[in-house]
Structures are given as C-alpha cells and as structure tokens.
Design a protein around this ligand. Structure first.
Ligand SMILES: [Zn+2]
Length: 111
C-alpha cells in the first residue's frame, strides 16, 4: 500500500502513514460472501456469488447450471455453498413506534 500523501510504501494494514503521519483512512468494509434474502431462486448461492463478484446473477446461474450438467460437481458445490454461506443479515428495522398511551394493567383502585 502507498501513502496518498507522500507516496511512500507503507504497511498494508496501517491507518496512519509512518513517514508523514497523514491518515490513510479509507478502510473498505470487507465484503462477505452471503446469500441475499432478495432475488434468490433456490437458496441464493448463485445470487450471493453474483453479488460478491459484481456479476449478473442470471449469468452465474447459467454458468452454474452448465457446470451442474457437464461437470457433475456443481450440484455438490451448490449444496456446500448453501450450508457454508451465511444468510445475509436482516436489514436493521427501526423499532415500532410506541404509543404514548400508558400501558394497560395499571388500573389504580383506591379503596
Ligand atoms: Zn505518507
């Protein structure tokens, strides 16, 4: 990796350049091979590979199908991918809006 500021070769996982001290930030979030929840046909293995490699999922499915038909190991690879690849995490959903009404069950009864 090279420092964008001084152009010297620096450590690959460095956040700050050791020569000029400038931040070389921009740490890309590591991509994960996951099975997406949307756009899957069977288990999302092909769609996951397509997302990972920035390919068209239809193209991946076609190639995979050819491998299944002619190669023989494609089906096994698909099943292994199904087992090994984690499902895409659920999208974060904002908690349901709580009503401002007081909770029920607090009926105060004064004798
Ligand atoms: Zn530098």
């Amino acid at each position: 990796m090279f420092c964008n500021h001084c152009g010297k070769n620096i450590q690959e996982d460095a956040n700050v350049c050791a020569y000029c001290g400038s931040s070389v930030g921009y740490r890309a979030v590591p991509r994960r091979l996951t099975r997406p929840r949307d756009g899957r046909k069977i288990a999302g293995v092909c769609a996951g590979f397509a997302n990972y490699f920035n390919l068209d999922s239809t193209l991946v499915r076609l190639v995979w199908l050819v491998v299944v038909i002619f190669g023989g190991t494609g089906l096994l690879a698909y099943i292994i991918g199904w087992i090994v690849m984690p499902e895409e995490p659920l999208p974060l959903v904002a908690p349901a809006a709580r009503s401002s009404a007081p909770p029920t069950g607090y009926a105060v009864t004064n004798p």
